[in-house]
Write a new protein. Structure first.
Length: 149
């Protein structure tokens, strides 16, 4: 129990540390199983970044999220300082050729919505998911929080 409390304190300190003049992009991404499972109940290979090609299956999700977050951090730039730049929920599809198509986006601010769409559109070509050796489209939803610290 002590370990769990210490871990929670450490994570909260790490997440809320104060950095001057830096935009923090916090995101969580997950595969939208309802959309993907309709046609493809058995995905044999998940979507991957090229950098995650040689990663073992047990580490695929961690690697995908790591590179997704790195990408978002590198492409999002503030035009002017905001106290709270907002957040956005974006749904996108990774097509069979590895390209990304934005399906929908909702944001608390117009800035958050536009930045989320631009960031996802700038994703590099990905390795598509596979079902029985054939590439298939995969659907994702991501919540992106833009914070200015």
């Amino acid at each position: 129990m002590r370990f769990f409390i210490c871990l929670c304190c450490f994570l909260s300190l790490k997440n809320y540390a104060q950095f001057k003049d830096k935009i923090i992009v916090d995101s969580s991404v997950f595969e939208v199983s309802e959309m993907a499972a309709c046609n493809y109940p058995l995905i044999t290979q998940k979507v991957r970044f090229m950098e995650c090609k040689a990663v073992p299956k047990s580490e695929e999700d961690k690697c995908f999220n790591e590179y997704y977050n790195k990408h978002l951090q590198s492409v999002v730039h503030l035009e002017r300082p905001f106290e709270d730049a907002g957040e956005a929920v974006i749904q996108f599809c990774v097509n069979t050729d590895g390209s990304v198509k934005v399906l929908s986006c909702r944001g608390t601010t117009e800035y958050a919505r536009k930045e989320a769409i631009l960031a996802v559109q700038k994703l590099p070509k990905l390795i598509p998911a596979q079902h029985r050796g054939r590439p298939i489209p995969s659907y994702f939803q991501s919540r992106i929080i833009f914070k200015f610290r």
